[in-house]
Design a protein around this ligand. Structure first.
Ligand code: NAP
Length: 293
């Protein structure tokens, strides 16, 4: 049986570290970091994610400022909300929960967030710097940063290893592949047009799955002893559950657990790390703003 990478426990450790840092910041400048969350519409998943993020802030002493806007909000109104938060000195991080309604140009909104407050790391300048050699982005997107942190804190060496990333989205696949490249892995990025996925994936000493397809990765896709990070969060029907469904990853955990060396569970793997990295980014941003970094 593979060693379990316990994202929940690692995230809890990081949150404790941040809590201590927030206390130190407050003792030193009399102020705490602040995160602004913006929720447009009432999608159940987005509402839950924002609630979890705000609760996590509260637990570590980060102040959260919340704005809720109706689904019908205009792009101009959302832009002026972002501009107001850009100008607010108590706000060190701005998170506009995605996805946005179809009538709003997501790129325009993300580009309007101040690069200095872009704690989600999706501003084109931050992503652009991430894609370039010898540049340092102000922020790195939270889920990809969480994947790397899981590897580092589990003592997995990345340099020189073959890392296969399944998925190339702006939010996960692409940035995580860039982070692996920065750490000198040899990176293969797979997507919906990749041929013979099982044999490509089987090359990976490290396999990061971020496709959004329940239980897609089977044991014959995995190099024996590989480290598997499962980013997928997919709900499948489960009549034995009160709510009628359960969450599974992109990797068929039961099928694969004996072949890999280490694996993250779903839930309890990358999910908690995403929130921990958001707090990390927010805390780092405040330290920079207060001249403490
Ligand atoms: P996405 O934007 O839908 O991207 C999915 C990627 O997978 C795309 O690059 C797509 O290829 C590729 N893909 C889809 N079906 C495929 C197939 N059959 N074979 C090969 N490649 C395929 O999804 P995402 O936002 O990256 O999210 C991926 C998963 O991670 C989802 O389950 C999501 O819920 C989860 N997630 C988790 C966290 C967390 O905190 N743990 C955070 C964000 C997302 P093309 O580019 O060719 O279309």
């Amino acid at each position: 049986m593979a060693k379990l990478i316990d994202g929940k426990a690692i995230a809890a450790t990081i949150r404790e570290e941040i809590k201590v840092e927030v206390r130190k910041i407050e003792a030193s400048v009399g102020k705490v970091p602040g995160l602004a969350t913006v929720l447009v519409g009432s999608r159940t998943d987005s509402t839950t994610y924002v609630r979890m993020k705000r609760k996590a802030c509260e637990e570590v002493g980060i102040e959260s400022f919340h704005t809720e806007l109706p689904e019908s909000v205009s792009e101009e109104e959302l832009l002026s909300c972002v501009e107001r938060l850009n100008a607010d000195p108590a706000v060190h991080g701005i998170l506009v929960q995605l996805p946005l309604p179809k009538h709003i140009n997501e790129e325009r909104i993300l580009s309007a967030i101040s690069v200095e407050k872009d704690v989600d790391g999706f501003h084109p300048v931050n992503i652009g710097k991430l894609a370039m050699k010898s540049r340092t982005p102000r922020f790195v997107p939270c889920t990809p940063r969480g994947c790397i942190e899981l590897l580092v804190r589990s003592n997995v060496s990345i340099e020189g290893k073959c890392a296969v990333v399944l998925g190339r989205s702006n939010i996960v696949g692409l940035p995580v592949s860039l982070l692996l490249l920065h750490r000198n892995a040899t990176v293969i990025v797979c997507h919906s047009k990749t041929q013979d996925l099982p044999s490509v994936c089987r090359q990976g000493d490290i396999l990061i799955a971020a496709v959004g397809r329940a239980n897609m990765v089977k044991r014959d896709w995995i190099k024996p002893g590989a480290v598997v990070i499962d980013v997928g969060i997919n709900s499948i029907p489960d009549a034995s559950k009160k709510n009628g469904y359960r969450l599974v990853g992109d990797v068929d955990f039961d099928d694969c657990k004996d072949v890999c060396g280490m694996i993250t569970p779903v839930p309890g793997g990358t999910g908690p790390m995403t929130i921990a990295m958001l707090l990390r980014n927010c805390c780092d941003s405040a330290k920079e703003a207060f001249g403490l970094s």
